[in-house]
Design a protein around this ligand. Structure first.
Ligand SMILES: Cc1cc2nc3c(=O)[nH]c(=O)nc-3n(C[C@H](O)[C@H](O)[C@H](O)COP(=O)(O)O)c2cc1C
Length: 316
């Protein structure tokens, strides 16, 4: 997730556990081959075998509308050590769509086919090429055709965010639309959208008929979610949701990790963003957010996090 799930977030979440795979923030491919520095910035894990510290592979996400340049950049990502390449056909951002990339391409199945084929041809056979799409641009009528185009072009897996671009992030996610697609394709279809709890995960699998689920915001709001889900499938994994005090410890750790980030306002922005998203699962995070929302210095935010943790421990 662009601007949210960066190398630091991937590190923290995969150490907590429950993930088979991560995808990097997108490399916005437009007119030319990017230098290695662009790939290393968005996916620093390329310098450590394409995996997070916890050993979870990170596939490089690319987004763009020109098949040959997408192919060129995908091949370079593979050369730099990407364990897989994922193509984004789901981004709803106006600026992206205006420039012929992301979800706008869902209006033309033949273009999806052209892009996926070109990328597949350019990337060595042993490196998986996958794609992610939404159910459509304004309507869902092309969902099957788009999915078939992507599969026939050689993608090894397709993630579907169960909403159209026009539906944005508005609940519900239409998991049931994925079932006929999953039944028709002979590649795995991964369900995505509105999974916030282990119960949602089970409902999503049941409604979509998909064995695998990709989770975005849900795991930011509830960092133990991946581990809880893994625990529900295996008795050897710990599976309780974190308490508020544990969450505050994770926030302090995140603060320390992002200290390497270029500028303090950006660090403060990332901390605020995470605290705000946590409020979806932890009411206490809403209270903390009102306290830190005007702070510009990440050290001041950390001080509030630590003071809140001390108060939480005293009260326990
Ligand atoms: C801030 C933000 C950034 C996102 N960035 C990406 C992205 O780079 N690539 C992508 O395929 N989807 C991106 N998404 C969409 C999510 O991956 C996911 O499809 C969507 O949020 C629905 O799933 P969720 O309900 O589990 O979050 C982003 C979503 C948000 C809210």
């Amino acid at each position: 997730m662009e601007g949210v799930v960066d190398v630091y977030m991937r590190d923290i979440l995969t150490r907590i556990g429950g993930f088979d795979l991560c995808v990097s923030e997108f490399v916005r491919v437009s007119q030319h081959l990017y230098p290695a520095s662009v790939f290393y910035t968005l996916c620093p894990e390329l310098k450590q075998g394409g995996k997070t510290v916890a050993g979870v592979p990170v596939h490089v996400q690319i987004m763009g509308g020109e098949a040959h340049v997408m192919a060129e950049n995908a091949a370079f990502a593979a050369e730099l050590g990407a364990p897989g390449v994922d193509i984004n056909f789901g981004c709803p951002a106006k600026t992206v769509n205006r420039h012929d990339a992301g979800a706008t391409l869902l209006q033309w199945p033949e273009r999806l086919h052209e892009i996926v084929s070109a990328v597949r041809r350019a990337v060595p056979e042993n490196i998986p090429v996958s794609a992610k799409m939404r159910l459509g641009f304004s309507e869902k009528t092309l969902a099957m055709e788009n999915a078939v185009a992507i599969a026939e072009a050689g993608a090894c897996k397709l993630t579907i965010h169960a909403r159209t671009k026009m539906e944005g992030y508005r609940p519900p996610a239409h998991w049931e639309y994925l079932r006929p697609i999953a039944e028709r394709l002979d590649i795995p279809v991964v369900a995505n959208g509105e999974v916030w709890t282990p119960e949602d995960y089970a409902l999503c699998r049941e409604a979509s008929g998909c064995a695998d689920v990709m989770i975005g915001r849900g795991v930011i709001a509830r960092p133990s979610l991946g581990r809880e889900i893994a625990a529900s499938r295996s008795s050897s994994v710990m599976g309780n949701a974190f308490n508020w005090s544990q969450i505050l410890g994770i926030l302090a750790e995140y603060h320390d990790l992002i200290e390497g980030m270029a500028n303090p306002p950006r660090q403060a922005g990332r901390l605020k963003q995470w605290i705000k998203l946590l409020a979806r699962s932890y009411g206490e995070a809403g209270v903390l957010f009102t306290r830190i929302r005007r702070l510009e210095d990440p050290q001041d935010i950390l001080a509030e996090v630590i003071a809140t943790k001390e108060r939480a421990l005293d009260a326990a």
